[in-house]
Design a protein around this ligand. Sequence first.
Ligand SMILES: Nc1ncnc2c1ncn2[C@@H]1O[C@H](COP(=O)(O)OP(=O)(O)OP(=O)(O)O)[C@@H](O)[C@H]1O
Length: 251
Amino acid sequence: MGAIHVAGLAKSYGAVDAVDGMEFTVERGELYGFLGPNGAGKTTTIRVLTGQIEPDSGTVSVLETDPTAEPIETRRRVGILPEQESPPSFLTPREYLEFVGEVRDLDADRVAERTDSWAERLGFESKLDTLHTDLSRGQQQKVMIAQAFLHEPDVVFIDEPLANLDPLVQEQVKRFLVSYAAGDNAVFVSTHNIDVAEEICTRVGIVADGRLVTEESVADGEGGESLLEVFLDRVEGADARDTPTLEQLDA
Ligand SMILES: Nc1ncnc2c1ncn2[C@@H]1O[C@H](COP(=O)(O)OP(=O)(O)OP(=O)(O)O)[C@@H](O)[C@H]1O
């Protein structure tokens, strides 16, 4: 069945068909890139897969749980780094990770140990007891990465993992994601960064108008069309409908 399985998924918001006939499967050991233009339905799909919203129709499973019927069980098993989410302004990284550890049923010693190792890995040791409100965007993103992996989940959903990170930390996080997936976990990354997807993902799914339009294996490093070319080719039809031409703008 795969670590993540989606079949015939549909979700509308009023008259907007955000997701319409989405299908894909992600196996353990894969670092799967989810690419698509703005409004293609990526976040909506992730929200269904993590039990945050109910679909209108279709079947989804994550680690053999049904996120629609048992959202708490699904969320217990996965890690989630949502789009543009910040840690609570009124807590420090240490307090926040303690809180996440409790929710994740980890004992306090393990949380303390993992907090220290994540802080060291991503370089926020000196900020562990500083309120998030006094941390930079990049430092807050590091804490959000740590919370997603704190309980060493078998499946992790990440939206734009490298947002606000400096180039050095970006390299560390990329290497970490590759090794984490290789350890028999499924890492699902939604991103607009096609170069990064091409560099680190084992496979990518390209989404347009609420459905998967193509899947590509990218880890083999073989020549041929670049991922950017594939992306532009597959989403062009959707863009052409929505985006006015220069002549139309001039008129
Ligand atoms: N809560 C909501 N209420 C109404 N419409 C919504 C809601 N959430 C998303 N939509 C609409 O659903 C469509 C898909 O949105 P979604 O956020 O899933 O796209 P996305 O691929 O994640 O886009 P982006 O790359 O810009 O983050 C868009 O047209 C969006 O405006």
